[in-house]
Design a protein around this ligand. Structure first.
Ligand SMILES: Cc1cc2nc3c(=O)[nH]c(=O)nc-3n(C[C@H](O)[C@H](O)[C@H](O)COP(=O)(O)O)c2cc1C
Length: 332
């Protein structure tokens, strides 16, 4: 079989060009391992990490930094707004053996914007230029950036911003194809990812609204992107990367035959392996919010887990719900 399509960033080969989107509360070690086990992922990601706090975090204890040896390659996303925070944060990421470093320039959350970070930075190109230059000076690792389209549709502004990033040494751009203020229900503007691609010479990855093989094909047709980044669908369908590898990139992936009940229980097991007891239930609730969307009456599953007082209770309630739809584990 032909070699599967890939993106090469220095020594890092991202093959297939399928990226896990950074998601706070979701893209922790347990979900990353679940996705890895399902196959087809090109590059894993952490959730956003505060550059200010990162140097003080204890890698062995921090739920944001817990990582199993098989989680390779893993990109760490930095939320940074001050030049003096760049060097210590990157030194820490070197110590953590990051395979790549991503800069968050797109997060629209008000708390993040008040810090002058995330999407707020797209309004401050001069500051971003100094941040990227400082980061570039500190590391030879692949350095990437994740952006939205900006405050309003402004081609000149977006073009200048993307070219500036490339000029300062950003090696790949992932583009969440929405404006800063646009909610998730709005259709993503995939053709705008194609515009970004026409302006720069680095790989451009499309993000936003990809939930199926059909979405992925439409997105690629509309954007011509070099790769795809999947966010919420990774928690809804952790097997989506394997499916896209097969159906979009034409490369076989061996996927373990797990029904959704078995997959859910495996996720609980991974939470137990990765986190201290008090950190597990919150993460299960967050995951279940998305996983429940697989079912027509999924809100019953989500609220049963949401109102659980312990992990054991949540697991039991979820198993009861899921067993109505799926055969028990091992029974397939
Ligand atoms: C719960 C949640 C947390 C997120 N956290 C981050 C984050 O830490 N950093 C970031 O750049 N984007 C974050 N995002 C945005 C996603 O990375 C992605 O751009 C967005 O969900 C659109 O992709 P999707 O339609 O595939 O979900 C988050 C999104 C969600 C739903």
């Amino acid at each position: 079989m032909d070699k599967v399509q890939s993106i090469r960033l220095k020594g890092l080969e991202i093959s297939p060009p399928l990226f896990l989107a950074p998601m706070a509360g979701l893209t922790h070690s347990a979900l990353r391992r679940l996705i890895l086990e399902q196959g087809g992922i090109g590059l894993l990601s952490t959730e956003m990490l505060s550059a200010k706090r990162l140097p003080m975090e204890n890698a062995a204890l921090s739920p944001y930094l817990v990582r199993a040896p098989q989680e390779i390659p893993l990109s760490y996303q930095l939320l940074v707004s001050r030049v003096e925070e760049v060097a210590p944060a990157i030194a820490k990421l070197h110590a953590l053996q990051a395979e790549a470093i991503d800069l968050n320039l797109g997060c629209p959350a008000p708390t993040v914007r008040r810090m002058g970070a995330g999407s707020r930075l797209m309004e401050e190109p001069a500051l971003v230029q100094t941040l990227v230059a400082a980061a570039r000076k500190q590391t030879d690792l692949p350095l990437t950036a994740k952006i939205r389209l900006g405050e309003s549709l402004d081609e000149d502004k977006l073009r200048d911003f993307c070219r500036m990033l490339e000029g300062e040494g950003i090696e790949l751009l992932s583009v969440h194809a929405r404006l800063r203020g646009e909610p998730f229900v709005r259709k993503p503007r995939w053709p705008w990812v194609g515009k970004v691609k026409s302006w720069v010479n680095i790989p451009v990855v499309a993000n936003g609204g990809i939930f199926s093989v059909e979405d992925a094909k439409n997105c690629l047709a509309q954007s011509g992107a070099d790769g795809l980044m999947i966010g919420r669908a990774a928690a809804m369908h952790p097997w989506i990367f394997a499916e896209l590898t097969r159906e979009v990139y034409g490369h076989a992936v061996e996927v373990p035959v797990l029904n959704k009940l078995a997959l859910y229980l495996r996720f609980v097991e991974l939470l137990e392996e990765s986190f201290l007891p008090e950190r597990r239930l919150g993460r299960l609730k967050e995951f279940t919010h998305y996983f429940a969307k697989n079912y027509p009456f999924g809100h019953h599953l989500a609220s049963a887990v949401q109102s659980s007082a312990s992990l054991a209770e949540a697991k039991e309630r979820a198993a009861l719900f899921l067993s109505r739809y799926e055969a028990p584990p091992g029974d397939h």
